[in-house]
Design a protein around this ligand. Structure first.
Ligand code: GLY
Length: 364
């Protein structure tokens, strides 16, 4: 059965449909609801097999449909890849009634979303995320963009999708490490805003690791609802509420930089970042050791890393201050006060941060 989550953003509102086999109904949904003149599918090379039936069905329904295939990996979030998509849209004769459909993980969603946001000043855009990370985070909320050599996501736009289709079956073939990495963002939602979800994750841990469809659909819907609630209140990240979604990320972005994108998956870095944020909150007397332990145990049970391999501490600190979210080098941390509640904290003594990093390295 398909679950739905509504994202209420006035004229930019949309529906997220979640369930096993949801993708099989997507062409009918697109034709009936969007009445497109033309569909431009942008698919990650590794999941083209999921895009093929969609293209066939749209063509059978007399909708012109073009497919652009994007190489897998972060390097596709580039100016060159964006330009190739603009050119492909132009060659395909895209017009303002065309609909861009992204099939793949966060890379394709961000790239195709930004292409949709900018081509002819904005085309409608459907997200079909196929990784857990994209299903619970990047496909919802309208952040789109590309990377520059100087940093990730430095160029982009808020461009909400017209709808999101999440087929839990697409997770069945996801490599284990990638699937587990996505679970870090799932745990994040429990810690930042939903203690009951956190407790459910503790009891569902084995079922999640077995990728049981019903459990996945329930948990993904909970995460999408949690994200929708935040985005509805702070769509453009102005009040600080949306920044709560970056729990663990001040550390994580630095870990990705220092340990190497691709060497460390985003969710793995987030898990390590949440572990460090928990220690920092504990040190500041903001969070109880009990809750911190519960977070760490859940992350470990799910197979996520919570310790750092030894490296140069100053390099990590330097990477943290370079992050685009660090306003003029002043670091902001999202720190928990109890399970289900976080606060944005500024002005933390860097020596404390260094101590936390050091302890996370030595106790690993
Ligand atoms: N991934 C964080 C956000 O969408 O705001």
């Amino acid at each position: 059965m398909t679950k739905t989550v509504q994202v209420q953003l006035g004229p930019r509102s949309y529906e997220i449909r979640i369930g096993a086999g949801a993708l099989a109904q997507e062409s009918e949904w697109i034709v009936a609801n969007l009445k497109p003149s033309h569909v431009l599918i942008v698919a990650d090379r590794s999941v083209v097999a999921l895009a093929d039936p969609l293209q066939r069905k749209l063509t059978a329904a007399h909708v012109r449909c073009d497919l652009s295939v994007v190489p897998s990996g972060e390097t596709s979030k580039s100016v060159a890849a964006l330009e190739r998509l603009w050119q492909a849209f132009q060659t395909a004769g895209a017009d303002r009634q065309s609909v861009v459909v992204a099939v793949g993980g966060g890379v394709v969603g961000d790239l195709a979303g930004f292409a949709a946001a900018t081509y002819m000043r904005g085309l409608r855009f459907v997200q079909i995320p196929t990784t857990l990370l994209a299903q619970v985070d990047s496909s919802v909320g309208g952040k789109t963009g590309i990377n520059l050599a100087a940093g990730k996501n430095l160029v982009g736009a808020f461009w909400q999708p017209t709808s999101v289709c999440i087929d839990t079956d697409s997770l069945k073939t996801l490599p284990k490490r990638e699937f587990v990495s996505g679970l870090a963002e799932v745990v994040k939602y429990g810690v930042i805003g939903d203690a009951a979800l956190f407790a459910r994750l503790e009891s569902y841990a084995d079922a999640l690791l077995q990728r049981e469809s019903e459990v996945l659909a329930e948990v993904i819907a909970d995460c999408c609802q949690a994200k929708a609630t935040v985005v509805e209140q702070d769509e453009f990240e102005q009040t600080g509420l949306r920044a709560s979604l970056n729990y663990g990320h001040t550390f994580a972005h630095a870990f990705e930089r220092v340990y190497g994108y691709g060497q460390l998956l985003h969710g793995e870095a987030v898990a390590m970042g949440m572990a460090c944020a928990a220690r920092l909150a504990e040190q500041l007397g903001m969070w109880s050791n009990d809750d911190s332990q519960r977070q760490e145990q859940l992350l470990r049970r799910l197979g996520l890393p919570v310790w750092l391999t030894p490296t140069d501490l100053d390099e990590i600190l330097a990477a943290m201050t370079k992050d685009k979210k660090a306003a003029h080098g002043r670091l902001k941390f999202v720190l928990p006060t109890r399970l289900g509640h976080v606060e944005l904290v500024e002005g933390i003594d860097m020596q404390r941060v260094k101590d936390v990093l050091r302890s996370a390295m030595t106790e690993g």
